[in-house]
Every structure is written in C-alpha cells, then in structure tokens.
Design a protein around this ligand. Structure first.
Ligand SMILES: *[C@@H]1O[C@H](CO)[C@@H](O)[C@H](O)[C@H]1NC(C)=O
Ligand SMILES: *[C@@H]1O[C@H](CO)[C@@H](O)[C@H](O)[C@H]1NC(C)=O
Ligand SMILES: *[C@@H]1O[C@H](CO)[C@@H](O)[C@H](O)[C@H]1NC(C)=O
Ligand SMILES: *[C@@H]1O[C@H](CO)[C@@H](O)[C@H](O)[C@H]1NC(C)=O
Ligand SMILES: *[C@@H]1O[C@H](CO)[C@@H](O)[C@H](O)[C@H]1NC(C)=O
Ligand SMILES: *[C@@H]1O[C@H](CO)[C@@H](O)[C@H](O)[C@H]1NC(C)=O
Ligand SMILES: *[C@@H]1O[C@H](CO)[C@@H](O)[C@H](O)[C@H]1NC(C)=O
Ligand SMILES: *[C@@H]1O[C@H](CO)[C@@H](O)[C@H](O)[C@H]1NC(C)=O
Ligand SMILES: *[C@@H]1O[C@H](CO)[C@@H](O)[C@H](O)[C@H]1NC(C)=O
Ligand SMILES: *[C@@H]1O[C@H](CO)[C@@H](O)[C@H](O)[C@H]1NC(C)=O
Length: 873
C-alpha cells in the first residue's frame, strides 16, 4: 500500500511534470514568436537613438526588455516606446500588428515616426489603449479601427491625420478618452459619437471640423469637451446642457458658433471652466437664476457679439478666478465694488465693450483682491487711475489703455511684480518719479499720450528688463537716451511720432542689433547717419525711420539682417544708390525709399530675389535707367492670380513671450491721399516708382502681377506704348502713368479693368480712340488730358472713325464720379479714430456702412476676418 501510494505520488509527479513541460514548450514557442515579431518591429524602424530598443536582442527573454509588459503567462500585452527618438514609417506587414495579445500601445512623442497608420492595426483586437500623440502620422484613420472594440483610451493628438472622422467610430463604445486634437481632420463631427456613452474626455481641438455641434446629450459621463479652434458653427442651444451632470470643462473657443449663450451653462453644478471666446455668440443674458450654486471658476466670453446690460449675476459666482468679457458690446456702468464678492478673482478683463467702469469707492473700504495678477480695463471710460490698484500687490499685468485718464502716472503703479503695463491712448502728461520700479518689467506701452520733454532716464536705467517699449505718439523732445543701450533684452523699440532730435545712438544699432526685432523711429527730427554697425547676427525684422532728417547711406551692414521684412527709409535725405547689397534679405515685404536723394540704376549686378515683396515705394528720387525687369521677375507675391486671398498680416512676434505682437504699419500714397496701413496685409500689393527719371518701356514682368492693387509710374521719362498686359491685372485699383512719353493707342484691354477706380494717363503722347468699357468712361477728362491725339468719351473731342469696342457703348452715365473700391470702416470701440480699409472684394454689399469721415462706404467685417487696414489721415 505504501509503495503504491508512493508510486501514485511519483506517477502524479510525472503527470504534473509532463503537463508543465508541455506548457513550458508552448510558451517557449510563443516566446520565440513574440520575440521575432518584436525584433521585426524594431528593425522596421530607425532606432539608433532609442535607449530602450538598442538593448532588445535575441539572447534575452523579451518580457524582460525595457518597454515591454507581459502577463503572467508570458504574453506581450504592453508596448511603451514613448519618447525614444524613433523614426520611420509603418506598413501593413509590420510585425507589430501581429502581436495578438497586445493591450496597450504607446509610441507617443517620437516626432519622426509616422506615415499612414496601417489597416493591419485592426488585427490587434485586444487593444484597450493606443497613445500616439506627437508623432508624424498622416492620412486618414484606418477603417479597421472599428474592430478594436475593446478600446478605452485613444490619443492621436498632434499628428497630421486628415480626412473626416469615420462614422464607424461609433462601434468603439468602451471609449473613455478620445483625443484627436491638433490634426487636420475635417468634415462634420459625426452624430453617431452619441453612442460613445462612456466618454469622459473628448478633445477635437485644432482641426478643421465644420458644421454643427452634435447634441451629445447621451454622453452623461462627459467631463471635458474640448473643441477649440475648428470651424464649427450654428447654435449650441440644441444641446441640453443640463444633461451633463459631470461636465467640468467646456472649451468651444475659436469657432464660428452663433446664437445666444445657453443660460443653463451658468446653472450647471459641475462646470468649472467655460471658454466660449472668439465665436459669434450674440444677444444678452437677462436674469440668470441659480448662478449662486455655480461652480464656475473660469469664464471667457471674449471676442463675441454679446450685447445688452452687463451680466451682473456673474458677481454671484463666488468661486470665480478668471473672468473675461472683453471685446463684446455690453453696456452699462459697473461699480468695481461689485467685484468685492469675488474673493478668489485673479484675472479680470472687461476691455473693449461699451462699459463705464466706476472705480470710485465712495463710502466703501477699498476692495481686497489679494490674488489679482491681471487686470485689463482697456476702453472702460476710466477717467483716473483706480485707487484700489494700490492694494493689488501681486499685479503682473495692467492694461488701462484707451481710457480718458488725464494727469500723471502715480508712482504706486509700479507694484513689485508688474511686468506688463499698458497705459497707451490716454491723456497722460508725466509720471511721478518712482524710486522702486518692478525689476520684472517686460512690456511698457505708453503710446498715444501727451508726454513731453525728455524721455525719462528711468526708461533706460530701471526698465532694463523690458523687451517691449513703445513711447510712440507722444511729444518727447531731446535726444534718444543712450541708457536704452543698457537694456539687453530689448526686442521692440517704438519711439515713432515724437519730436526726438539728434542722431540714432550708434550703440543702439551695435549692441541691440543682435536681439532687436523692431526699431521704429518714424516721424521724429532725427538727423545724422544710420550707423553702419549692424552686427553679424542681426535679427531685425522692422526698421522704420520714415520722416526724419537722416542723411548718409543705407548701411552696408544692414545686409546682415537677413530676416528684414520692413525697411522704411522714406522721407529722409539719404544720398545713395539702390541698395543692391540687400541681396540676402529674401524675407523683405516692404521697401520704402520714397523722397530721398537716391539716384542711379535700379538694375543690380548681384541677383536679388524678393519673393515676398508686397509694397515697394521708390517715388520722388532721382533713380534712372530702365525699370528692373530682372528684379521685378522675382516678386512672386505680386503674381498669384487664383490663390485665395491670404488674410495674414505682417507683424512681429516677440521671441520670448508668445502672444505679444508688434503690428507693423506703413503709409501708402494712393490716389493723392496718404493712407496709413496700420496692418500690412500681405495681399495688399503696391508699386510706386513715380517721380524719378526712369526711361525705356514698361517692363513685361509687370504683366504677371495679377495681385497688384496699385501701380504708379507717373512723372518719369517712360516711352513706348501703354502695354496691353495692363488690362490683364484683375485686382488693379489705381493706375497712374501720367507725365511720361508713352505713345500710341490706349489698348482695348484696359477697358476690362473692373476694379479700376483711379486712372491717370494724362500728359503723354497717346493717340486714337479711348476704348469703350463700363469703367473707363467713368473717369474724368483729366484722366486723359494733355495727350497728342486722344478722342472719344469722356473727352469732348469726337473721333472720326466709328468705335471698335467689343463691349459696345457704355451706358453707365456716371460722369466723373469715382467709386472707391477700398472701403473704410471704423473699428468699433478701439479708439474711435481709426478706420479699417479693405478691398471691396472682402465685403458683402449689404454690410456696407458709411464712415464718420465720409471717405467711402465700407463694410463691417468684424475682427473674425482678422484682416484690417486702418486709415490714419
Ligand atoms: C514594409 O516595411 C518593411 C521594413 O520596414 C520592408 O522590408 C517591407 O518591404 C515593407 N513592405 C511593403 C509591402 O512595403
Ligand atoms: C537614423 O536616425 C539618426 C538620428 O536621427 C540619423 O542620424 C540617421 O541618419 C538615421 N538613419 C537612417 C538609416 O535613416
Ligand atoms: C455652417 O457652415 C456651413 C459651411 O461650412 C454653411 O453651409 C452653413 O450654412 C453654416 N451654418 C450656419 C448656421 O451658419
Ligand atoms: C435636459 O436634461 C435634464 C437632465 O437630464 C432633464 O431633466 C430635462 O428635461 C432636459 N430638458 C429637455 C428640454 O430635454
Ligand atoms: C477660493 O480658493 C480657495 C483655494 O483654492 C478655495 O479653498 C475656496 O473654496 C475658494 N473660494 C470659493 C468661494 O470658491
Ligand atoms: C453704449 O451705451 C450707451 C449707454 O451706456 C447706449 O446709449 C449706447 O447705445 C451704447 N452703444 C452701443 C453701440 O451699444
Ligand atoms: C463715459 O463717461 C461719461 C461721464 O464720465 C458719460 O457721459 C459717458 O456716457 C460714458 N460713456 C459710455 C460709453 O458709457
Ligand atoms: C489693502 O486692503 C487691506 C484689507 O482690506 C486694508 O486693510 C488696507 O488698508 C488696504 N491698503 C491700502 C493701501 O489701501
Ligand atoms: C550680394 O552682394 C554682395 C555685395 O554687394 C556680393 O559680394 C555678393 O556676391 C552678392 N551675393 C549674391 C548671392 O549675389
Ligand atoms: C543671376 O541669375 C541669372 C539667372 O538666374 C544667372 O544667369 C546669373 O549668372 C546670376 N548672376 C549672378 C551674379 O549670380
């Protein structure tokens, strides 16, 4: 018995051993398979910089490899190779997608890894988690993704995926986290996403989704809905916002949503962050009940069309930390004391509404906002500095621009942490001497005040951490303080429109050139020369010295500034030839040399290419020779024809802090009026070579400038015909060829210039019939006067032969009425003195409005268009 017992035991042992041996050899086989698949995957990529992958090798158990997770039975269930500098692309046969048991796949932050995501990913049916953010994947989402029904977590953010979202995504009903942000997806957000009822986090921001917001009402678990930066539109009222009991964060910023803002958002008991800024929400709020229980901490409704009485109920939302209602049309008087209830308030922006902020606290103690670090009350009808500012010891950003504050800047404004102070566009005359300025000051904007006298030495001595200083549009006298050169951070220096005299300190050019991006000294009385000491590593983008008394030459070392975009030396006494040495400034967009003593040939020996050039003004110099056909041929930005108008405008973004822009401006003389383009739009193109000694024919290269708006070649010695290609420039608004020696007939094609609103061909040697066309007869006689032998309307002189127009006689009968196609619009509440002008093509006729200046009818484009010209004079 005993023996048999023992043998039974041994027998059992044998069986056990047998089974475990079998298991071992099965898992050994799997081990080898998995290892091969993983090594195949490894070898499909460039892994030379990956710490993890380089150590994967045949000799060790793949479950021990860094980045691999196995389950207890040795199956590879996790792969984490995030941030491994991997590069390469996947294809359908990549062995990665044969790892049957893989549950989590993390390849995030391998910025050179990408290509199309292969269909074979659909074979990895156990996947619950795919994390691919910040890689380089492109193309559509593979259809096979729908097979991965176990997926809980999907992060494809920051790639270049494109195409519409497949509606079959609805099959991934286990999804909790879905992040497709920062890709190129487009099309509607499928309604079927309603089926993803487990979703907690949905982020589709920074794509090009369009159409309406699906109602999403069944997503009761949703905590975060982030749709920032798409083209979604329509009302959001069709969503029942009460049906998200867990919604904490709603971000619909920068879309085209319209209609009213649902009141229920303010009544939600879960919502903490509501960002609806930069949309077209309209209407008012009226009374909102139940705001008291609101948990809202952040409300941003800025840049919308909201109007009506200021929503006083926001003062009942006690937990509010950040409130921005700027750039709307709210009206009313707000006692700042109302904010006293908001003990946790740290950021408040009420700028640019139709509000009067009453900052007097009569009979009340000053409110106490211990946490406020940002206070923006621009254009709030303030007449003095709010006293309670004294108590904001943590203030970092203060914007009181565009108010009616008179008098002096109090010394207490320089609170210890201040770094951004904007007091521009007020009536300030001086500042109290401050002993203690914030050592952190970064931005100081005092433009458009009434400061007089010398530039205070503090600007140089204490504010030497400032990277943005604007003192433009005051009445500062005296010389530019050399102490500014002590400021080694300076990126933007705008001293334009003052009465500064003396020379530009050489040290500014020498020492700051390496960091300075914008140097604007336009409209002063500066004399002397521009020092030829631009450093080797010059990063200057804007040099504007227009309207001074500067002499000398264009510095040779300016050629070091290869990023130069705006060079405006107009209206000085510079005595030089054409700056042929700027042959490496391929970013140049604006070149103004108007009214100086420039002379000589414009045809440079060195090859210059200025493909970005949009504005060139060489008028009123003594340039001679032929117009530079070769140079003209390089101006590609004047050439586009069918290209969509690009609404980009020219500005300088300071390198250190994004979001601080310097807006370039330039004055263009058009149709006898000086227009200050406060924003230089890269589609506005203009060539002014007038009042020089240019000779020869009008070069053919001009015929390619299909995007040209203004061409002024008047007052030269040009000969030859008025070329027929001028009739082939669809955008042309103003054409001035007067006072030359042009001969022959006016080409029939000129009658095709539909946008032309100014034409001057007078004082030439033209002959023959003025062609017939709807536009051309609407110009006055003066447009054609003093030629050798022109006849036909609008001239009194009759022609002998019958007309040969293809259009037949015009019946416009508008006489000499000139229609401006450029439109001007006052910018809402910005400053009340500026107007936006834009080519009419951007403007729907029904939106046309007349301006107070009576210049022209215009159109209201809102700031959505992002493009605006501002009429200065
Ligand atoms: C897929 O990629 C691997 C290596 O990355 C390559 O060897 C194979 O030829 C490719 N297959 C196809 C069908 O392109
Ligand atoms: C692999 O990547 C490294 C680092 O990015 C690069 O230097 C190398 O040329 C790449 N090799 C191949 C074969 O692409
Ligand atoms: C939304 O945009 C589409 C074009 O993307 C347009 O056809 C539609 O009319 C817009 N809807 C609303 C309500 O503005
Ligand atoms: C909105 O949702 C709430 C909560 O689910 C519900 O009580 C209410 O009836 C819904 N309202 C409408 C108009 O469907
Ligand atoms: C203010 O903030 C503090 C700290 O974050 C928090 O404990 C407190 O509840 C907040 N107050 C209100 C009214 O929400
Ligand atoms: C601005 O507010 C005043 C009253 O405060 C009102 O009379 C005026 O109509 C408002 N203007 C606009 C454009 O809303
Ligand atoms: C600005 O304040 C003045 C009184 O100081 C008032 O007459 C005027 O209506 C206010 N403007 C607006 C837009 O509220
Ligand atoms: C700042 O606020 C505190 C608390 O309300 C108050 O005691 C103090 O007097 C205020 N300081 C100034 C300068 O108004
Ligand atoms: C640019 O001009 C300089 C001097 O004016 C000349 O030495 C250089 O060769 C030119 N470069 C090119 C690419 O033409
Ligand atoms: C200028 O460009 C033309 C044509 O592109 C070329 O033939 C010529 O050699 C270039 N001249 C110089 C100085 O680079």
């Amino acid at each position: 018995m005993r023996i048999s017992l023992v043998s039974w035991f041994i027998f059992n042992l044998h069986i056990a051993t047998f089974f475990s041996m079998a298991a071992l050899s099965v898992s050994g086989q799997r081990q080898r398979d998995q290892k091969q698949l993983l090594l195949g995957f490894k070898n499909s990529l460039n892994f030379s910089l990956s710490e993890k992958l380089v150590k994967w090798n045949q000799g060790t158990d793949c479950c021990s490899w860094d980045g691999i997770t196995c389950d207890t039975s040795g199956r590879v269930i996790g792969l984490d190779l995030s941030y491994q500098f991997l590069s390469g692309e996947f294809n359908n046969s990549n062995s990665l997608f044969r790892l049957q048991h893989l549950q989590t796949l993390n390849l995030a932050d391998n910025t050179d890894l990408g290509g199309q995501l292969p269909e074979s990913i659909g074979n990895v049916g156990q996947l619950t988690r795919i994390v691919l953010w910040n890689c380089k994947f492109t193309g559509p989402i593979p259809k096979t993704l729908e097979k991965l029904t176990q997926l809980i977590y999907l992060d494809f953010s920051s790639n270049s995926f494109s195409g519409p979202i497949p509606i079959t995504l609805e099959k991934l009903t286990q999804l909790i986290h879905l992040d497709f942000s920062h890709n190129n997806f487009f099309g509607p957000i499928p309604k079927t996403l309603e089926k993803l009822t487990q979703l907690i986090h949905l982020d589709f921001s920074y794509n090009s989704f369009s159409g309406p917001l699906p109602s999403f009402t069944s997503l009761r678990n949703l905590k975060e809905l982030i749709l920032y930066g798409n083209q979604l539109n329509g009302s959001i009222l069709s969503t029942n916002w009460s049906s998200f009991p867990n919604l904490v964060s709603l971000d619909l910023r920068r879309n085209s949503f319209s209609g009213t803002v649902p009141r229920t958002l303010f009544q939600s008991e879960s919502l903490k962050v509501m960002d609806l800024a930069e949309n077209q929400f309209s209407g008012g709020f009226g009374e909102v009940k139940g705001a008291f229980s609101s948990q809202l901490e952040v409300i941003d409704l800025s840049h919308n069309e909201l109007r009506g009485q200021f929503p006083m109920f926001v003062f009942e939302i006690k937990g509010l930390r950040s409130l921005s209602l700027s750039w709307n049309k709210f009206s009313g008087v707000i006692p700042l004391s109302a904010f006293q209830k908001l003990k946790n308030l740290s950021s408040l922006d009420l700028s640019y509404n139709n509000l009067s902020v009453d900052s007097s606290f009569t009979n009340l103690p000053l409110p106490h906002f211990p946490n406020v670090y940002r206070l923006n009350l621009a254009s709030c009808n303030l007449t003095k500095f709010p006293e309670f500012l004294k108590n904001l010891s943590f203030l970092q950003v203060l914007d009181l621009s565009n108010n009616r504050i008179h008098g002096h800047i109090p010394s207490w404004i320089w609170t210890p942490h201040l770094y951004h102070l904007n007091l521009s566009l007020n009536f300030l005359v001086e500042h109290e001497r401050a002993s203690n300025m914030s050592p952190y000051m970064g931005v100081l904007d005092l433009h458009g005040n009434q400061f007089q006298g010398k530039i205070p030495s503090e600007i140089g001595d204490f504010l030497n951490s400032c990277y943005y200083i604007s003192l433009a549009g005051n009445n500062f006298h005296g010389s530019i303080p050399e102490s500014l050169c002590n400021n080694s951070h300076l990126a933007v220096l705008d001293l334009s429109n003052n009465s500064l005299s003396g020379s530009i300190p050489q040290c500014l050019v020498t020492k700051l050139g390496g960091f300075l991006g914008v140097l604007n000294m336009k409209q002063n009385n500066l004399s002397g020369i521009i020092s030829d000491t631009f450093p080797e590593k010059c990063i200057l983008q804007t040099l504007d010295l227009n309207q001074n008394r500067l002499g000398g030459k264009v510095p040779k070392s300016l050629a070091n500034c290869r990023m130069l975009e705006v060079l405006d030396l107009g209206n000085n006494q510079i005595d030089d030839t054409f700056p042929c040495h700027l042959n490496n400034t391929s970013e140049l967009r604006v070149l103004v040399l108007r009214s100086n003593n420039f002379r000589g040939d414009v045809n440079c020996a060195a090859n210059i290419t200025w493909p970005m050039l949009v504005i060139i003004d060489l008028a009123s110099n003594a340039f001679s020779g032929k117009l530079p056909q070769g140079l003209l041929m390089t101006w590609n930005s004047m050439k586009p024809n069918k290209v969509e108008p690009n609404s980009e405008n020219l500005h300088y973004e300071t390198p250190m802090f994004t979001g601080i822009y310097y807006q370039d401006s330039v004055t263009v003389t058009m149709k006898g009026l000086e227009l200050e383009l406060v924003k230089i739009l890269t589609i506005f193109t203009s060539i002014d070579f007038s009042s020089n000694k240019f000779e020869g024919h009008i070069p053919e290269a001009i015929g390619d400038f299909k995007a040209l708006y203004l061409l002024n070649l008047s007052n030269n010695a040009l000969t030859g015909p008025v070329p027929s290609f001028l009739g082939n420039m669809p955008k042309l608004e103003a054409l001035d060829l007067s006072n030359n020696h042009l001969a022959g007939q006016i080409p029939l094609q000129l009658a095709d210039l539909n946008f032309l609103s100014f034409l001057n061909l007078s004082n030439n040697e033209l002959t023959g019939r003025i062609p017939l066309g709807t536009q051309i007869q609407s110009f006055s006689e003066a447009s054609f006067g003093n030629n050798a032998g022109l006849c036909g309307r609008p001239l009194e002189v009759q022609c002998d032969s019958p007309p040969t127009s293809k259009d037949g006689p015009s019946n416009s009968g508008t006489g000499n009425h000139v229609n401006w196609n450029f439109v001007s619009v006052e910018i809402g509440f910005v400053s009340g003195i500026e107007a936006v002008i834009l080519p009419l093509m951007f403007c729907k006729r029904e939106e046309a409005v007349a301006t107070r200046r009576g210049i022209v009818a215009g159109c209201w484009l809102g700031k959505k268009a992002g493009i605006s010209y501002v009429l200065g004079k």
